[in-house]
Ligand binder design. Structure first.
Ligand code: SF4
Length: 412
């Protein structure tokens, strides 16, 4: 049977979609383009109103472009509003993602990113979230936090390293809440302890002239970064990439409180100072929501000031969108659409300036760069760069950054 998996949304979704693909391939299914597909799986996202709109659009396109196909809709948007999809067409089934894996008979958290090169692999170590940010529907869609047993993760990462994978990205909805209470008697294993074990158990699995596999932490909540984690990051010599995605959401303590984020602006900026002090070459990316209900111009200016002070290398800017069923959606003080658009544009301009500054600061130094496809690589600091075509795909090479250029900028 020919199949096509369409992914929308976050890195966890990406890992799961890739895992669905590898499961289907392992059962003898053939991957195809939409028009030939007999089975289409749409892995949906509901993180913003825009994401949900795109999910519906993509599902309709799948129905139209694959007229013979059965379309399975799974993931967060389907969990929140199954009827919306089942009513679209009788060829659609909505299936919970866990049930889908069970149906397909083989849960497998691993897949190779890119185009089949064994270079950069996502491993899901955690799912769900116990927080309740007032704008977020993901914690409802995904349920309470749960962690994959450490032994299972160790086994998977060891076998990936043995296959020649050079970078493993640990993913989760709330990765920093990782706890394995079953690993050793009576004591729970934290994310830092899991990383320590991963470093130790993979350090000797590499060819003589190659470095061992490195690990990247996909996203971590500010409150989950503790001294153990910072120390490990500082001492791992890049085996844990010195890049963190640390969601700020707002630089205003008033707005953070209304979002039910468990920190204020002072906490965040002190954490960033501690991180830079311990790891001077650290690259920090973030998520910021603009136009949260009640956000004033002054609040927004505090966010811009915080973004500059934190020297983020990348900012994902999200204009606030209402998610039905969340406390923030019920507020009467919604911000006008044109103000949100204006603030988003202002912040994106600032983000671009900060990104260029971060890269310029690095030129003159060297970094391990993962060659992910022909002529394109990813630095430890998470900048995409153009590589000489003499570098083989899949290699991890130590390069002076003045010899490579940022992929999407002409003058860095
Ligand atoms: S930390 Fe907040 S935004 Fe992130 S998944 Fe949990 S509730 Fe949602």
């Amino acid at each position: 049977m020919k199949f096509c998996v369409i992914n929308l949304g976050c890195k966890v979704n990406k890992v799961e979609s890739d895992s669905l693909t590898s499961t289907l391939l392992s059962h003898g299914y053939t991957q195809s383009e939409l028009p030939d597909a007999e089975l289409v799986i749409v892995n949906t996202c509901t993180v913003t109103g825009e994401a949900e709109k795109k999910t519906r659009k993509v599902t309709r396109q799948a129905l139209a472009r694959a007229p013979q196909a059965h379309v399975v809709v799974t993931g967060c948007a389907a969990a929140i509003n199954a009827d919306e999809f089942t009513q679209m067409d009788k060829r659609i089934s909505v299936i919970d993602k866990l049930q889908l894996f069970e149906l397909l008979n083989k849960p497998n958290n691993t897949f190779l990113f890119g185009e089949g090169f064994r270079t950069r692999v996502g491993v899901k170590v955690q799912d769900g979230c116990n927080n309740a940010c007032t704008y977020c529907i993901v914690h409802v869609a995904r349920g309470k936090a749960k962690s994959i047993p450490a032994q299972q993760i160790l086994d998977e990462c060891i076998s990936l390293a043995q296959m020649g994978v050079k970078e493993i990205v640990l993913t989760g909805i709330n990765l920093g809440s990782y706890r394995d209470v079953t690993f050793c008697d009576g004591e729970s294993l934290s994310l830092a302890q899991l990383l320590q074990l991963l470093l130790e158990q993979t350090k000797d699995i590499h060819l003589e002239d190659e470095p061992p596999v490195r690990f990247r932490v996909s996203s971590i909540e500010p409150k989950d970064i503790d001294d153990d984690f910072i120390e490990l990051l500082a001492t791992s010599q890049g085996r844990i990439c010195r890049h963190l995605h640390l969601p700020l959401q707002s630089g205003s303590s008033k707005v953070l409180k209304e979002m039910a984020r468990p920190y204020d602006a002072a906490y965040f900026s002190q954490l960033v100072s501690r991180l830079y002090q311990a790891v001077p070459s650290l690259s920090l990316s973030t998520d910021i929501i603009v136009g949260f209900p009640g956000e004033t111009e002054e609040d927004f200016q505090e966010t811009c000031a915080m973004a500059s002070a934190c020297q983020f290398s990348k900012i994902h800017v999200f204009p606030y969108s209402k998610r039905e069923g969340t406390p923030a959606a019920k507020r009467l003080d919604q911000v006008d659409a044109h103000i949100k658009t204006h603030r988003a544009a202002t912040l994106r301009n600032l983000a671009e300036k900060l990104r260029c500054e971060d890269y310029r600061k690095r030129v003159g130094g060297s970094e391990w760069v993962l060659a992910e496809e022909r002529c394109v690589g990813t630095t430890e600091s998470y900048h995409e760069v153009l590589l000489p075509d003499t570098i083989a795909c899949g290699s991890l090479v130590y390069l002076p950054l003045n010899e490579v250029r940022c992929l999407d900028e002409q003058d860095a």
